[in-house]
Design a protein around this ligand. Structure first.
Ligand SMILES: Cc1cc2nc3c(=O)[nH]c(=O)nc-3n(C[C@H](O)[C@H](O)[C@H](O)COP(=O)(O)OP(=O)(O)OC[C@H]3O[C@@H](n4cnc5c(N)ncnc54)[C@H](O)[C@@H]3O)c2cc1C
Length: 349
């Protein structure tokens, strides 16, 4: 008998798309809808720096084009782009878009990823800061990056250092202020900072540590950044790279348990039976350490999307087979998950 199920997935990144392909593979008849507030088809965020540099085209950035949803793994999956989920109503198994359209589901997967984290001390200066967290961020700033000559980067997470390398390859002048907790929720020790400074020294001679931004002034041509220790930098653009914060505002207050992210058990199930969460928006419980953690990175999001879909369909798979355990942050090994080698993991949250 054909399935009457409607699986709704919030998010068109790797977690959402891998969840959708598993659902389609296992249930040929169910209605599956992916909803995303971005207007761009599924694209590969790790290639955004290559796109800014002009090394790859917009088409090469895309993982799936609209045609991919008519065949194969993604067959008959409906993609609704440019539509923002405003809230979830678990009592009525419904999500509401910001134009108040109501969409009914039998199973819901939240894969809403993360947004650039703005440090509380930077909120007064937020309008002066630029971020690279999405395709639309890039489209907003790409021309100005091409024209600008001097850049000030503060924070210094994986994306920040990748961006710094890109600017260096473009022949731009850079200053970097590194925060030890930029790679939130992890904290860098002095030894790690030393390694990172050594690794970056070939890219910029202007690395500031153990200091903080005191104020930012806008002038006609750009900005002046003043640090607590009296350093003053003149720059065309200021970029903040201080990790990602789970994108969960629309889910808060609807009855779902949340903290930094959406709290899920080791099967990626929330406290509500037919709602699961995966990828950078989920804070996953590990029974062996009795704690929750948000994992990062594209491969982890893919694996979690798959596990999430299988469990929504009735399996009981623990999310332990992670896609990628470590990242290399300029020569420092950072663990992105916490499922094994627990005692060896000095960076655990
Ligand atoms: C510039 C850059 C470079 C990166 N480089 C690497 C790398 O080299 N290696 C690596 O492993 N990782 C890298 N990452 C991180 C990687 O891209 C993320 O870990 C991954 O995309 C997370 O996947 P996700 O599916 O959980 O969320 P995302 O990919 O963030 O997708 C979330 C989706 O949810 C949608 N959404 C959010 N809120 C709503 C709402 N209210 N309504 C509707 N839709 C909503 C968003 O529009 C988006 O489609 C990079 C990230 C960036 C920004």
């Amino acid at each position: 008998m054909p399935s009457n199920d409607h699986y709704v997935i919030i998010g068109n990144g790797p977690a959402g798309n891998h969840a959708a392909s598993v659902l389609r593979n296992k249930d040929k008849d169910a209605k599956i809808t992916i909803i995303s507030d971005e207007c761009t088809p599924y694209y590969y965020k790790p290639k955004l720096t290559g796109f800014i540099q002009g090394k790859i085209s917009a088409r090469e950035l895309m993982v799936n084009g609209p045609d991919d949803y008519t065949n194969g793994y993604y067959k008959n999956i409906r993609i609704r782009l440019g539509q923002t989920i405003e809230r979830i109503d678990p009592d009525f198994n419904a999500v509401f878009l910001n134009h108040m359209e109501k969409i009914q589901y039998t199973g819901l997967i939240i894969a809403s990823g993360g947004q650039a984290r703005v440090l509380p001390s930077m909120i007064p200066y937020a309008e002066h800061l630029s971020f690279i967290a999405s395709y639309s961020d890039v489209m907003d700033i790409k021309d100005r990056i091409d024209k600008a000559e001097e850049f000030f980067i503060f924070g210094g997470d994986l994306v920040g250092f990748k961006f710094l390398r890109m600017l260096n390859a473009m022949g731009k002048k850079t200053s970097v202020l590194i925060y030890p907790n930029a790679f939130w929720p992890y904290n860098l020790t002095d030894d790690m900072l030393e390694k990172i400074i050594k690794s970056l020294s070939g890219l910029t001679s202007d690395i500031i540590v153990k200091d903080d931004i005191k104020k930012i002034e806008k002038n006609e041509s750009g900005f002046r950044v003043f640090t607590q220790k009296g350093v003053v930098k003149t720059t065309d653009l200021i970029f903040s790279f201080n990790g990602m914060a789970p994108n969960i505002d629309f889910a808060v207050g609807c009855g779902l348990d949340t903290d930094h992210g959406i709290l899920v058990d080791e099967y990626l199930k929330t406290n509500i039976d037919n709602i699961y969460a995966c990828g950078s928006c989920a804070q996953v419980y590990n029974p062996s350490i009795k704690s929750y953690c948000v994992s990062i990175g594209w491969p982890n999001a893919m694996v979690q999307g798959e596990v999430c879909a299988l469990n929504l369909l009735g399996e009981k798979k623990v999310v332990e087979s992670v896609g990628r355990k470590y990242f290399d942050l300029e020569g420092v090994r950072i663990k992105t998950t916490w499922w094994d080698d627990i005692n060896d993991d000095s960076l655990r949250m």
